[in-house]
Ligand binder design. Structure first.
Ligand code: FE
Length: 153
């Protein structure tokens, strides 16, 4: 589903001492970004952190939360797109890693679409950096006013 390496820190202090572990990941072709990242977070016990990356997909589903109705509107785009930016964070909800991902993707005509990413399927490659804030607790709670799962510290 993925290959990875841990970033080595030089000097007397290592990444663990600093509270951050860093990884470079390559997701396998045709996998779901959310499935692969969730599996990686579970494997490495990552419950707080940061994600950034790029790649190419041939299907992506975006989610828009309408603040007036607090209803989600999902839309899937089935076409080849470059991930010009994938950015996200990792927290913990109900004892599991919780991913919050946003994406900008460019189409064949070089225009971009983007938004909150529900999931996407790799078609080509996906190269990611993941930071694990291993000694930091970041939870989530359901906020009734916004309908969002907000940070809980
Ligand atoms: Fe979002």
């Amino acid at each position: 589903m993925y290959q990875y390496t841990e970033v080595k820190e030089k000097g007397l202090l290592n990444a663990g001492t600093l509270g951050i572990k860093r990884y470079v990941l390559s997701l396998d072709n045709h996998v779901s970004i959310v499935e692969a990242l969730t599996a990686f977070c579970k494997e490495k016990d990552i419950y707080a952190g940061k994600i950034s990356g790029l790649g190419a997909v041939n299907s992506a589903t975006f989610r828009f939360l309408d603040p007036a109705t607090l209803k989600y509107v999902d839309k899937t785009f089935e076409e080849q797109m470059e991930i010009t930016n994938l950015t996200g964070n990792i927290s913990q909800k109900d004892g599991k890693p919780y991913l919050h991902l946003h994406i900008t993707a460019s189409r064949r005509d070089y225009t971009c679409i983007g938004g909150h990413l529900l999931d996407a399927r790799i078609n080509g490659a996906c190269e990611l950096f993941v930071e694990d804030y291993w000694d930091t607790a970041v939870g989530r709670y359901q906020d009734p006013e916004t309908g969002l799962n907000l940070y809980k510290f």
